[in-house]
Design a protein around this ligand. Structure first.
Ligand code: SAH
Length: 215
């Protein structure tokens, strides 16, 4: 398929899966239109990259469904220049969407091969405002804290305490949490003047967050 075919698929994805479901933030829509999602999956899966579902990226992990990436991005109330910590780099797609919106991205992945692959991919695509680290992301990234935004793209049993500590005030944390591994609730936690407010955005399904403050 040609570059223009992928661009057409991307446009259709934004219209039918993102705008049609109520995502309105212009920064999010623009980033979803721009980031070449097909370059974040295996060559054999590229034609499916803009379909309405997650896809395997190896090592038992997945790239999230486009709508979920857009929804979490919108919940973060993105603004250019804000620092954002992502836990669960995976394919690097969500990180690229955050970077495309002008945010300063720190992302942590625990699987070495994914980490190596993503570092190379983001460099090749010119996303230089993303720093990638190989580590247990449930510990956060204390050297660069606090973060004005934190996004966790794997399902956690509880909200990891270090992430709450490393969230700036004011700040927003978006995370799927569930006692059951296959069934989480998407939470938006807002920190303002030392107090935390929690909103529940409904059911989602993510792969496991594995680590000291994870499964
Ligand atoms: N945001 C990704 C999708 C994430 S899939 C994307 O856009 O493609 C979830 C990822 O979280 C997997 O790659 C998994 O290895 C990673 N992960 C799970 N537990 C983790 C932890 N404690 N620290 C960092 N990464 C973790």
């Amino acid at each position: 398929m040609a570059v223009s075919d992928f661009r057409r698929l991307r446009e259709k994805m934004v219209k039918e899966q993102i705008e049609a479901r109520g995502i309105k933030n212009p920064l999010v829509l623009q980033a979803m239109r721009k980031v070449p999602r097909h370059l974040f999956v295996d060559e054999a899966l590229q034609v499916q990259a803009y379909n309405d579902h997650p896809l395997p990226i190896g090592y038992g992990q997945t790239i999230s469904q486009p709508y979920i990436v857009a929804l979490m991005s919108e919940l973060l109330e993105p603004e250019p220049g804000l620092s954002v910590l992502e836990i669960g780099t995976g394919s690097g797609y969500q990180a690229a969407v955050l970077a495309e919106m002008g945010m300063k991205v720190y992302t942590v992945e625990r699987i070495k091969n994914l980490y190596l692959q993503v570092s190379k991919r983001l460099r090749t695509l010119g996303y230089y405002n993303v720093k990638v680290k190989l580590d247990d992301g449930t510990l956060g990234w204390p050297e660069n804290a606090p973060f004005e935004r934190i996004i966790v793209t794997a399902g956690a049993p509880l909200v990891p305490e270090p992430l709450l500590e490393q969230l700036a005030d004011p700040g927003i944390l978006v995370i799927p949490v569930g006692e059951n591994k296959r069934n989480q609730e998407l939470l938006k936690i807002t920190k303002t003047e030392g107090t935390l407010k929690k909103e529940n955005l409904g059911k989602v399904m993510f792969v496991d967050l594995v680590g000291k403050y994870g499964w």
